[in-house]
Design a binder for this molecule. Structure first.
Ligand code: SF4
Length: 416
């Protein structure tokens, strides 16, 4: 019998199709992570079910965790199923297990629920959603217990906003990303400029976000990229993306290693010569541009889902820095998709797409944001113009510096 009272929360619409894959999950959240047990959870076990206490150990002076096996999995995972849930019911799960992959924001007393993309099933329902508005509509659902770790959803600039205003701002951002005249690279660039405006403009018009977005036209983005092409180098910027994959986010897990191996096979790593790298890159770029996959929609959904998880952009302090770190993740995901698309030479299934993206999103989720931000500072990506030039250079814009280099290298190799 649970001591918890049900709670009404507002769930982002795309999550209505989410269902935990439980025993058939390809990358269970019970493996590879510390499963934290809060002081409240421990007290609950002491009062209600001391049997579970034998599986709880101290993590440090203040916190606790579930005992782990040598392979990093939770000691309570049996045949990929949780024995706490099976034997005692979900009321006895530690908060983190009951909550994951959901994330919560509290706005004016109401709880809003989005999802973390480290989970393969939440990633799948987000990336393959094609219902207009599902990233800015909220459905009332009942949760059988309240959550720990609610975000008190305010930042200096957003503290003045009412709940409707906050949600309208997020809807306007979603609309900006969905704009069909811009591909996902432009959408990511617009987001970056919008974040900078939010950070820097004293007279930022929070209540008429569309007027702020109107100032960020596609032409303006293209002009900024053109002005900054000269700052972009393969050595620093494209190799920077590879370094993020091979060094910054590196982790010895089979699913992650598989992604890294395909990237290495298709494009090489950052220790290649520029000529070699560009010769390989030219080939993956050609496959990408001829691809039958709807990658643009997938990448736009990735941006929207990530934003809903990261407190809609509005609630973040240092918005530009945060979006810069997200742009790194976006480019890493895109590089991985480009390589798999090239290797497979056919339309990728939803499962294959998730197998590429999820190990990366899970790894990014596990990294501290300041580590990601410092990596971006080393690449000089805090220069928003330069990062926009990188984003537009990465694949689509045939007039770009990378593309010029690529065509130079390819004519050297193919016109012999
Ligand atoms: S990662 Fe997601 S689908 Fe897999 S077990 Fe955890 S919540 Fe369920």
């Amino acid at each position: 019998m649970s001591k918890f009272q049900p709670q009404q929360v507002k769930q982002i619409s795309y999550l209505q199709d989410f269902k935990c894959a439980a025993a058939s999950c390809v990358d269970s959240c019970c493996v590879g992570w510390i499963v934290g047990v809060t002081q409240d959870n421990k007290k609950f076990y002491e009062e209600q079910n001391s049997e579970i206490l034998q599986y709880v150990e101290p993590q440090n002076d203040k916190e606790f965790q579930m005992l782990r096996c040598d392979d990093g999995s939770c000691s309570q995972l049996e045949n990929n199923l949780c024995s706490v849930q099976k034997n005692f019911g979900e009321a006895y799960l530690p908060d983190i297990c009951y909550t994951f992959p959901r994330s919560y924001k509290k706005i004016a007393g109401e709880v809003y629920m989005a999802a973390n993309l480290a989970c393969p099933e939440s990633l799948k329902v987000a990336l393959f959603n094609n219902k207009a508005g599902d990233f800015s509509k909220w459905n009332e659902v009942e949760q059988s217990r309240p959550k720990a770790g609610l975000y008190n959803y305010t930042s200096e600039k957003s503290a003045i906003l009412e709940v409707d205003q906050t949600l309208n701002i997020f809807s306007a951002i979603v609309e900006m990303i969905d704009d069909t005249s811009c591909n996902s690279d432009y959408a990511m660039s617009k987001l970056l400029l919008l974040a900078r405006q939010m950070d820097q403009k004293d007279d930022f018009n929070w209540l008429n976000l569309k007027s702020e977005i109107a100032q960020i036209s596609k032409d303006k983005i293209a002009k900024i990229a053109a002005e900054n092409f000269a700052k972009v180098t393969v050595q620093n910027d494209l190799f920077g993306v590879l370094k993020a994959i091979f060094v910054l986010t590196k982790i010895d897990r089979p699913r992650y290693n598989k992604v890294v191996a395909v990237i290495k096979e298709c494009v090489g790593d950052y220790e290649l010569s520029e000529d070699e790298f560009l010769r390989n890159y030219q080939m993956i770029l050609k496959s990408w541009n001829n691809s039958q996959n709807n990658f643009d929609q997938i990448l736009k959904n990735f941006i929207k889902a990530k934003l809903s998880y990261r407190t809609f952009l509005i609630g973040l302090e240092n918005k530009q820095q945060n979006i810069t770190a997200f742009a790194l993740e976006y480019l890493v995901v895109k590089m991985a998709l480009m390589c798999f698309n090239h290797k497979l030479q056919r339309e990728m299934t939803a499962e294959e797409t998730i197998d590429v993206i999820q190990p990366l999103t899970k790894r990014f989720y596990g990294l501290k944001n300041d580590k990601l931000q410092n990596f971006c500072i080393d690449l000089q990506w805090q220069d928003c113009g330069k990062l926009i030039a990188v984003l537009l250079n990465f694949s689509q814009d045939r007039k770009s510096k990378f593309s010029q280099l690529i065509s130079k290298i390819s004519s050297k190799f193919y016109n012999k």
